[in-house]
Design a protein around this ligand. Structure first.
Ligand code: MSP
Length: 648
């Protein structure tokens, strides 16, 4: 059985967990689950980094001992992960006795090999980064991270002969183009290595200056530099050097980090491993930063996104989906309320949720909730769906495995959207009306089987929703996950049991209302100079621009569609126009659309027509249509937009 090990950075305990920490840990969880779904044995490691100056300062500020301080925040991290659907296998703390012991063992080994030496050193020390900078690394004399002036410190310290391994590292990175990915970060590291700015690494701090650290095994007057200690968590947690440990099965691991800690992971860590004669990690997977309205999150700006609060508001699975779908791995992405609601409504409520809801309710209506028989002879349209499902799942598998999560999910959604279109084009309601029961059964079987496959595929990203979807389809789970592997699903068709009793309804991802922007909160528009009025050319039926502007046209989503109780040709619609309550609008669509086919669709509405009663029901607005050969076609938008968006 293949083994797969994934790690996150161990987070500093001087700040509470925020969106950035949650993102990396959710990605690691999704990757671990993805490999589980491939039938592999997986190990997922996260934890906290608890030594160094910053911790001592934070503890002092809070008037507690460093140990009390780190215990508190470390527990907060540990307790948060299960609430975000994260199932890590281990949680390492650098203050654990076991970790300390292995760090000392590693230091001693590298020291014995002659790669650690004692020397006098003067350097520019940044307290924020807890590290020395060389002259060349500073930008205008300032720390490039904090833009503060570092202090020049001269003291005796221990050094790791990193420079000895740099030519080897450069060659290794050149020969293994995927070692650091995506490519932009690989190039950044190669540029660093070519710059000549890297020297030996100072790996100790005198106890006279800092005591909160791991004592060097060969000199009790010094503690270990926090990064040297922290990086070793990746192997100490696996029990490196211990017989029968997980290290043998799970090392080398995959690492996941953001761009802020590229250098320690891409330069310090591989040279440390090389010096100890250990195999290198598999890949360093580097992602970008989550921004809020293009701005870095920071306490002082008050724009730090609390992951738990967000997940509780939108649902854990929807939040996880958003994070994986919205960020192109490697680049920065924006997290705003609007971007979340737009994405969740479009992909989850409209596409996936609506598919489940309409197909399950049709199956309840036409087959009393029992899965119809798989057709003996395959119809061309059903074959196209089967083939598309295999293709989309194959693409999803390939992309996800290369950390291209957004692209992978997008491939899967090609299938989800095609299934919704298939519902429209096959029109099960028409088949039912015409008594074509066999064809109706084939269509519903095709849909339900493809929906089952989608549920299996989304398990790594939305574990709870995927299990709920499988339960709705009466598909048994194994150990809380799909019982079939991803590869089995790609290669097969027809796994859904005929005759099974399945759910009659589904409401997986309710639509989320976009909060209205208060007029007062909108930035005041600068007064514009009055432009000269364009000359109106009054001809025939033309109206002037003011008359056009007076028509309030908006986009909305159909939530409910049903026949008017007293008028055969009219449908009663409830449409979400981004207002507090949905609008009731009556429309003469009954001859052209089945009500079920309209639910979830976005339509164009004239919102400020005076309300009028039609056969006893009030209609407040008009749905726009185009007429072709006496048939009405709904006007719609090319891509989902927030409900209430104006038309101009
Ligand atoms: N303790 C070190 C890591 C040692 S690993 C051997 C550290 N800790 S940290 O708490 O600062 O965490 C940094 C990591 O948190 C980033 O690499 C990333 O995984 C995550 N993020 C923190 N802010 C982030 C964003 N704004 N966006 C995305 N992820 C970010 O560095």
């Amino acid at each position: 059985m293949n083994s797969f090990c994934i790690t996150t950075p161990i987070y500093y305990v001087n700040a509470r967990p925020h969106l950035g920490h949650a993102y990396t840990t959710i990605v690691a969880d999704a990757l671990a689950r993805y490999h589980k779904l491939l039938g592999e044995e997986t190990f997922f490691l996260t934890g906290t980094d608890e030594h160094g100056d910053k911790i001592v300062q934070a503890a002092e500020k809070n008037k507690v001992t460093p140990q009390e301080f780190v215990d508190g925040i470390s527990n907060e991290f540990r307790a948060l992960w299960p609430k975000l659907g994260i199932a890590n296998d281990a949680f390492v703390r650098t203050t654990d006795a076991h970790h300390k012991k292995l760090v000392q063992k590693f230091l001693q080994q590298v020291y014995n090999n002659g790669d650690i030496y004692f020397g006098e050193f003067g350097g520019h020390y940044c307290y924020g980064c807890e590290r020395f900078y060389t002259e060349k690394e500073l930008e205008n004399g300032l720390c490039p991270q904090h833009l503060t002036k570092p202090e020049f410190i001269s003291e005796k310290n221990y050094f790791f002969r990193m420079s000895k391994y740099l030519p080897w590292l450069k060659q290794y990175i050149e020969e293994n183009p995927n070692f650091i990915r995506p490519e932009r970060y690989r190039n950044e590291v190669l540029a660093m290595l070519e710059s000549g700015a890297l020297e030996d690494l100072c790996i100790s701090r005198p106890k006279s200056r800092l005591t909160w650290g791991i004592e060097l095994p060969f000199d009790k007057d010094y503690v270990c530099y926090v990064w040297f200690d922290a990086l070793l968590n990746y192997i100490s947690a696996l029990g490196w050097s211990e017989e029968g440990s997980r290290f043998e099965q799970f090392w080398p691991a995959e690492h996941l980090v953001a761009k802020d800690i590229l250098k320690p992971h891409a330069v310090f860590w591989p040279t440390m491993l090389k010096a100890a004669g250990l195999p290198l990690y598999k890949h360093l997977n580097v992602h970008g930063y989550w921004l809020v309205r293009d701005t870095k999150m920071s306490k002082s700006l008050g724009n730090v996104v609390d992951p738990l609060e967000t997940a509780q508001r939108f649902g854990v699975d929807a939040f996880r989906y958003f994070l994986l779908r919205e960020m192109t791995f490697g680049s920065d992405a924006n997290c705003t309320e609007e971007s979340m609601i737009t994405r969740m409504n479009a992909d989850l409520a409209n596409d996936l949720g609506n598919l489940y809801s309409r197909v399950l309710s049709m199956n309840a209506k036409y087959f009393e909730g029992i899965v119809p028989a798989m057709p003996a002879v395959e119809h061309e349209d059903d074959k196209a769906i089967r083939e598309l499902a295999a293709e989309c799942m194959h693409n999803y598998r390939q992309l996800f495995g290369q950390t291209l999560f957004a692209q992978g999910l997008d491939s899967l959604w090609v299938l989800v959207r095609a299934l919704n279109k298939y519902v429209d084009s096959q029109a099960p309601w028409a088949l039912a009306k015409q008594g074509q029961t066999e064809r109706l059964g084939a269509v519903l079987y095709t849909l339900l089987e493809a929906m089952r496959k989608v549920a299996v595929c989304v398990w790594p990203v939305m574990p709870t929703a995927a299990c709920a979807m499988l339960e709705q389809l009466a598909v048994p789970l194994r150990d809380g996950m799909p019982a079939t592997t991803l590869d089995e699903e790609i290669a097969s068709w027809g796994g859904l049991a005929c005759g099974a009793h399945i759910a009659a309804a589904s409401n997986l991802f309710p639509r989320i209302d976009m909060p209205k922007v208060e007029a007062a909160a909108k930035p005041a528009k600068a007064k514009k100079e009055k432009k000269p009025e364009p000359e109106a050319i009054a001809t025939g039926n033309n109206i002037d621009f003011d008359a056009f502007k007076a028509v309030d046209m908006r986009i909305g989503t159909v939530l409910v569609a049903e026949k008017h109780p007293n008028a055969d040709r009219i449908l009663r619609l409830e449409i979400d126009l981004g207002e507090e309550a949905p609008r009731q609008i009556l429309s003469g669509l009954a001859d052209f659309y089945q009500p079920e086919a309209l639910v979830g669709r976005q339509v164009c509405v004239v919102a400020n027509l005076a309300p009028r009663k039609i056969r006893g029901l009030l209609s407040h607005g008009m749905v726009l249509t185009a007429e072709k050969d006496g048939k009405l076609e709904l006007l719609t938008v090319g891509a989902p937009v927030p409900n209430g968006s104006g038309i101009a």
